[in-house]
Write a protein that binds this ligand. Sequence first.
Ligand code: PLP
Length: 451
Amino acid sequence: MQKKINLTENQIPTHWYNVIPDLPGPMQPVVHPGTGKPVTPDDLLPLFPMGLIEQEVSQERWIKIPDEVREIYRIWRPSPLFRALRLEQALGTPARIYYKYEGVSPAGSHKPNTAVPQAYYNKIFGTKRIATETGAGQWGTSIALAAQMFGLQCTVYMVKVSFTQKPYRKSMMQLWGAEVIASPSNRTNAGRGILAQDPESNGSLGIAISEAVEDAASREDTRYALGSVLNHVCMHQTVVGLEAKEQLAIAGDYPDVVIGCHGGGSNFAGISFPFVADKAAGKRVRLLAMEPTSCPTLTKGVYAFDYGDTAKMAPIVKMYTLGHDFMPPGIHAGGLRYHGASPLVSQLVNAGVVEARAVGQLACFEAAVQFARTEGIIPAPESSHAIRGAIDEALQAKADKEPKVILFNLSGHGHVDMAAYDAYFAGGLEDYEYPAEKVKESLSKLPKVDL
Ligand SMILES: Cc1ncc(COP(=O)(O)O)c(C=O)c1O
């Protein structure tokens, strides 16, 4: 029985999988925040290079991965698929648990899978500089790395709570040549507006997105890059699920349930979308997104048109949302603190193709520690939500005496998140109640969209 199932470099996928043709219904239009009308590719050009805009709206099921991107993917892809034998034993479960480990990338997470193609399409478009935001710092490090590889400048607006909690992520971005700014900042109108209301603001992904979008829109040499949510980002991440399918086939298995943590949706999309077509064709496979109870977008949000950012500069999309100015508590899984979700994942949740579940951070850290003590790898706090989901499914399988097959995405390692583990062991972490009142207030400000 193999512990680790590896593919060779020439088995890196040659194409990304685009789920749009396999959706249960048509995509909802993306709406311009200024005009209230559907956006055109020209509207998006100040923010994104044409190559990515084309991918955002493509109806093609398979899109070729450029050779230049595959060449860089070779640094860490194909990533290993592990069988969690020691965790299975500790749980006494008849389930077979597999995990795809994306922490082997130089930045330590799945995010370079999209950072590299985004930098590539910007390079061939003629972009000189990329402006972006980062929550936990995983995306910022990934785009800093990718920008460096293609000779682009990079400015990262980093959510202030993570800027303070995760100084080494900032160091990594600087090492790869990026400029890092704590958000909210004085550099943009959006940041100045927030600081005027609350000089002590912890920041949020929504605010940092506003700052990066404003920066990019105000400079001809600069484009914006987003590390999650968008269709093309989810598509780039499908290399994860495509490889995992091949690896499971080598092990002679097929999953009963596929699990990923959910912030904006990209790592969940990466592991699960390649199974959506199978499900549509009648295969029995569950797809489960795990999110924090403190920011329960898919389980407690509404499926509605909303802004992607706090300052209402980003396009309006139909998604599960807690309201664009909802400010989640400062949990340690900083990358899961987003008020919205990928429109693709949202549509699949709404259609009942994808299930979602919310869990508290203490239960996630407990799962992460059990995982590290059995499997050895220290997970990122975000990824611990997927581990919680996998352990709960395995315990259910034990109760049901059912040898089910569980696949989850271990989206990143936690080597730069040790302060969070220290806080957990010192008893300094708390579970946040669902902030019902704050969500209600924020949801009262949804835009009126009349198409
Ligand atoms: C390790 C890790 N996993 C998951 C996420 C959540 O993002 P997404 O839902 O786009 O995968 C993040 C975001 O920063 C992350 O760093």
